[in-house]
Write a protein that binds this ligand. Sequence first.
Ligand code: GRF
Length: 196
Amino acid sequence: MAKIVILASGSGSNAESIIRYAQAHNTYQVASVISDKSEALVLQRAKNLGVEAETVVKTKDESKVQFEDRLVHVIEKYQPDWIVLAGFMKLLSKNFLMNFYDQKIKQFKVVNIHPSLLPLFPGKEAYEQSFNSGLAEYGCTIHFVDEGMDTGKMIYQERLKKIEGEDFETFKARGLAAENRIYPIILEKLFVEFSS
Ligand code: GRF
């Protein structure tokens, strides 16, 4: 069974939904949730579901490489098959990613969910940008992670229709609900497809 470590910085609705799915279906295992923010709600959500939660916070006098090396060290305790990003707000460099390179699939075994129909609106505030774009469709993209900003190979895209007159909060809540619904299922498929 695939074992994963989730990296998250925020509220953790995706992390919670992945953990609940994994526990209900027993098709993969969430070994730990690691956050770079000590106050992140995701830590409490993980603990409430009986999953280990740890923090690795970048200190002021630490370089990006030093921080990432420390993060890799903590992740490696769990010997995960995959790293799953769920609202992790730091861009990971090649220095980090190389630790999880898989020769067979020629990808880093690191997956992310981004709240837009990539390549549209990479980076921050993607829901805001989609909402203000005037486009009739929006959604989210699950993709392999590379060293760029939301530029890795696409795995799956979920498309939603913008509703006439809908306010931003409802628009975003519908998007996040779609993320929470599809992320655990797409991960399950991915782990089966690329099981070693
Ligand atoms: C989601 O919209 C995700 O796509 C983005 O950050 C947000 C995290 O939300 N990368 P949550 O912490 O999972 O609730």
